[in-house]
Design a protein around this ligand. Structure first.
Ligand code: ATP
Ligand code: MG
Length: 418
């Protein structure tokens, strides 16, 4: 039996790859307008990095990491998310010496051992951004704006920005106490994983995907009601900034996000066009992560956006851009002289950025024209002895079938070249 691709992965080629390029180019353009620099980190990192950053009791670390051990017995992970590697690179390369906040973005493949379904893959791609070195809510708002402008530029409709604050260490202590008291009452009815996580990290129970657990925690205390004055002020100022930027949002007290490093602001962009995997972009502030990884304490905020989910939304909304990758000219030939000339002209045009295709299969004229049609060439010419002698050639528009005569030597001119 033929070998297939691994479950939960995709092959991307042709027009679809052109679509990806368009989305990636848009990401590069928008990030540049915010003064964000691209960051490319390794595809694999030491396993310890994610255990420490993402958290031992998260879905990612407990269930979804692709681990492997090399010949030297070191343990690695194919990176499941972008922030931990970016923070590691920031510290390792002493990027805290840059002007603050240091703004970075990336487009990267990520790997999670999940149950594959629509919008949930084992290899997916995120456009992410991280702002290092600011505690100010203006940074949260600007980062959200980067995602918002990117999505708007692509013409995505109907997204909802949901924001929440889960407070910081100080608020969390009081909140965890209240949540734990609530959860202990329900313990019998929670799933095994929740029972296991509850004492270590009660907030993780709030993003359990099990329907029974969801029902049990419907009336659980929520972090927003336990904020310190400082955290509350931060959240209010974030909202003020979003209003100034004219970014519509709703406060959704139930959002906690699935990674342990978040403090204060958390947010999601959700779409009704995604079915059960409704979140296209998730992010938040992580004020303790840099210090936890050995750096001087510094505020930071970031987001990750799933490009495959974004493509599903664009497709469902009929917003997929049409990418024009059609061939300008097919240069057919009869005989050796014609073939040589075809090669020369094609070579010249390509060097000057015009797409030109010749026959590489020794076809007869009829088959060559059929081929020109199949590859979607806009124009076609055939060069034979007659054309070489007269120095003239018929140019055929493949769409209309109309032909007109052109000097062979003036083909570059015809395409605006000299
Ligand atoms: P979910 O709750 O859907 O599992 P998550 O909380 O695990 O999402 P993040 O880790 O915050 O998601 O990732 C940010 C974004 O990356 C998600 O909103 C989604 O668009 C995308 N994403 C995450 N996991 C996958 C996956 N397995 N397949 C495709 N896209 C994904
Ligand atoms: Mg997940």
């Amino acid at each position: 039996m033929a070998i297939t691709k691994p479950k939960g992965t995709a092959d991307v080629y042709g027009n679809h790859a052109a679509l990806w390029r368009y989305i990636e180019n848009t990401a590069h353009e928008i990030a540049a307008t915010f003064g964000a620099q691209e960051m490319r980190t390794p595809t694999f990192e030491y396993a310890e990095l994610f255990r420490k950053s993402v958290g031992e009791t998260t879905d990612i670390v407990q269930k979804e990491m692709y681990n492997f051990t090399d010949q030297g017995g070191r343990e690695y992970v194919l990176k499941p998310e972008g922030t931990a590697g970016a923070v590691r690179a920031y510290l390792e390369n002493r990027l805290h010496d840059l002007a603050m906040p240091a703004k970075f973005y990336y487009i990267t493949r990520l790997f999670r051992a999940e149950r594959p379904q629509k919008g949930r893959l084992r290899q997916h791609t995120q456009f992410g951004a991280e702002y290092f070195g600011s505690y100010e809510p203006t940074a949260d708002a600007e980062l959200i704006n980067l995602a918002y402008i990117f999505l708007s530029k692509l013409g995505v409709d109907d997204l909802t920005l949901r924001i929440n604050s889960i407070g910081d260490a100080e608020c969390r202590q009081r909140y965890n106490q209240a949540l734990l008291t609530f959860l202990r009452e329900k313990e019998e009815s929670l799933c095994g994983l929740c029972r296991d996580r509850m004492e270590k990290n009660p907030m993780r129970v709030l993003d359990c995907k099990n329907e029974d657990c969801k029902a049990q925690i419907a009336n659980a205390p929520l972090p927003l009601d336990y904020l310190s004055d400082d955290a509350c002020d931060h959240f209010n100022r974030l909202q003020k900034n979003l209003e100034i930027l004219a970014i519509p949002f709703v406060v959704d007290k139930s959002i906690v996000r699935g990674l342990d490093y978040y403090t204060r602001t958390v947010f999601e962009f959700t779409s009704q066009d995604l079915g059960s995997q409704a979140t296209v972009c998730g992010g938040g502030r992580y004020n303790d992560l840099i210090a936890k990884n050995g750096g001087a304490p510094a505020g930071a905020v970031g987001f990750g956006m799933g490009i495959e989910r974004l493509l599903i939304i664009l497709e469902n909304q009929g917003k997929l851009p049409v990418v024009d990758d059609s061939i300008e000219l097919f240069i057919g030939n009869i005989g050796e002289g014609g073939a040589e000339k075809a090669l020369q002209i094609a070579n010249y045009l390509r060097k000057h950025g015009i797409s030109a295709i010749t026959d590489l299969a020794g076809r007869n004229i009829k088959a060559q024209m059929k081929f020109a049609n199949k590859i979607g060439a806009k124009l076609a010419i055939i060069i034979g002895d007659g054309e070489l002698e007269s120095g003239k050639v018929m140019v055929k528009s493949m769409a209309s079938g109309k032909e007109h005569e052109l000097e062979l030597d003036s083909i570059p001119n015809y395409f605006g070249l000299h």
